[in-house]
Design a protein. Structure first.
Length: 247
């Protein structure tokens, strides 16, 4: 190719001008090293082949870029669908699990409360029975003492009197047994006082399976939707105080 006086190559002609001057000759082969001097293709032929190669390479690059963009769009759609499915399943599963757990815990709390009320009622009834037994023992002891005094007074004037005596040690033993039963009941009621921390329930997560990779954690969608965090904590209210049954 010729050069100008200052050593620069002349500017390339436009495609219209080149198409008028140069005629495409696809049958002409490129020069080899041996034939370069005797049969060298013209500059128009070389420029046409270079332009053809550039167009082919550009077409392939555009195809690669288009394929890459298609895969990126598909990945974004897949990530969005995964996020929506995860959010829906996580919400439904967490809600169902919480409702079932709270229902079971609520049933257990109601059963324990009912048991405590029943125990309190039975304890109160036992105290009432103990008071009735103690009062009956006192009445019986007083009656036997009165009968013994009357029989002793009747021995001088009565024709015959049956032998009778009050068993004082047995009554003393009964009083001692009632006192021991009362003390044992008081100690048992104090020892079985309900703890205030039992109705509180707190759930903690459990690490299951391998942890997500570092690349997965750095994805914007994963970080925005918190797909790697699983937190669940529930605190139940204390049941009502035990009501003392009335008679």
């Amino acid at each position: 190719m010729q050069q100008t006086q200052d050593g620069r190559q002349p500017s390339r002609p436009t495609w219209t001008y080149r198409s008028q001057r140069c005629v495409a000759t696809p049958a002409v082969a490129l020069c080899s090293d041996d034939d370069w001097v005797s049969k060298c293709p013209s500059g128009c032929r070389l420029q046409g082949l270079i332009s053809q190669m550039e167009s082919e390479v550009e077409r392939k690059l555009q195809k690669v870029c288009k394929t890459r963009k298609m895969h990126e769009d598909a990945a974004d759609v897949s990530m969005m669908a995964t996020t929506q499915i995860y959010t829906s399943l996580s919400k439904n599963s967490r809600q169902a699990s919480n409702l079932k757990f709270v229902e079971n815990v609520g049933g257990l709390a109601r059963s324990l409360t009912s048991l405590r009320r029943r125990s309190s009622c039975l304890s109160q009834k036992l105290k009432e029975l103990r008071s009735n037994v103690e009062r009956q023992i006192e009445d019986l002891y007083r009656t036997e003492v009165d009968v013994d005094m009357k029989l002793r007074a009747c021995r001088g004037s009565c024709r015959s009197a049956p032998p009778f005596s009050v068993n004082h040690p047995s009554y003393q033993t009964l009083r001692t047994d009632l006192d021991q039963m009362d003390k044992s009941g008081n100690q048992r009621s104090k020892g079985t006082a309900p703890q205030r921390g039992i109705p509180h329930v707190k759930l903690r997560t459990v690490d299951v399976g391998p942890a997500p990779s570092a690349e997965y954690r750095t994805m914007p969608t994963v970080r925005g939707e918190l797909l790697t965090q699983f937190i669940l904590e529930e605190l139940l209210e204390e049941p009502a105080d035990v009501e003392v049954c009335s008679t």
